[in-house]
Design a binder for this molecule. Structure first.
Ligand SMILES: [Zn+2]
Length: 268
């Protein structure tokens, strides 16, 4: 009896460690976009709840107040340029949220959250656009969906192990997975490659992503932990610089100076 229990546990652990990543790699690209969007919507509510610390009297999402509306319009102009260049069959739903960290996250199905800290730490619209382009890479490669599938599989396996089949915690686990977006190093470098190319395609500065990562990696301010999940290693920046070097052509900044000034005030 004990022997069988141990064997069952060991096999579940083996499935969790080796089987799930391989399975979700195969399944994620086959999930229809309509299903992916619904998946993203389900997780979105939970993600918003996690992002909203409730410390501010203002709403989590910036851009709704009258003084913030020009910033919202500038954000839409910037996203529109990236969206047109990306040509993905997924419409993006982008929002700037009141969070101090310099970070951005992408959910399956096209929800993109840009933290206020990233807007204030960016020197110019192309640095901001570069990070968003990297996030679009995660959407295009369906990295969020892949993580969700893994989280769902894990939750199911733990359910088998512990006899809890309610699955109530599933959405919470899934949302945490997306917020922490602990993607593999490989997924990160593919998103970098995508982001650099997308910036070039959009006619922006493909070097800007490397520039902001380099600056923030060298900073000691905890508010500058850009993409805590995205370790900005020297090698990563060097790889981005090498990719971008071959793509630099005369570029047009992603926003005009007045638009950029407006975007910087999107949270009031
Ligand atoms: Zn990333």
């Amino acid at each position: 009896m004990i022997g069988w229990s141990i064997a069952a546990t060991v096999s579940l652990v083996l499935v969790a460690v080796f089987g799930l990543p391989a399975l979700s790699d195969r399944v994620a690209p086959r999930i229809p976009l309509s299903v992916e969007r619904r998946l993203g919507d389900a997780v979105d509510t939970q993600v918003r709840a996690m992002l909203d610390t409730g410390r501010s009297e203002k709403p989590l999402e910036c851009g709704a107040a009258d003084a913030e509306k020009p910033g919202r319009a500038a954000l839409e102009a910037l996203i529109g340029r990236l969206e047109a260049a990306a040509g993905l069959p997924i419409p993006f739903k982008t929002a700037v949220v009141r969070r101090r960290e310099a970070n951005a996250i992408a959910l399956p199905g096209g929800h993109i959250y840009v933290f206020e800290g990233l807007v204030t730490q960016s020197r110019g619209p192309d640095e901001l656009a570069g990070v968003i382009a990297h996030e679009i890479g995660h959407v295009a490669h369906r990295d969020g969906t892949r993580s969700l599938l893994q989280a769902a599989g894990l939750s199911f396996l733990f359910g088998m192990l512990l006899g809890d089949f309610t699955g109530g915690g599933l959405v919470v686990i899934a949302a945490k997975t997306v917020v922490q977006s602990a993607y593999s190093r490989e997924a990160e470098s593919y998103a970098d490659l995508y982001g650099v190319n997308l910036m070039a395609k959009a006619g922006g500065d493909p070097r800007a992503l490397g520039a902001i990562l380099k600056r923030i990696a060298g900073a000691s301010d905890p508010g500058l932990t850009l993409l805590r999940d995205h370790p900005a290693t020297k090698e990563r920046v060097a790889a981005i610089d090498a990719m971008a070097a071959g793509l630099v052509t005369p570029f047009r900044p992603m926003l005009s100076p007045p638009e950029w000034a407006a975007l910087q005030k999107i949270c009031g």
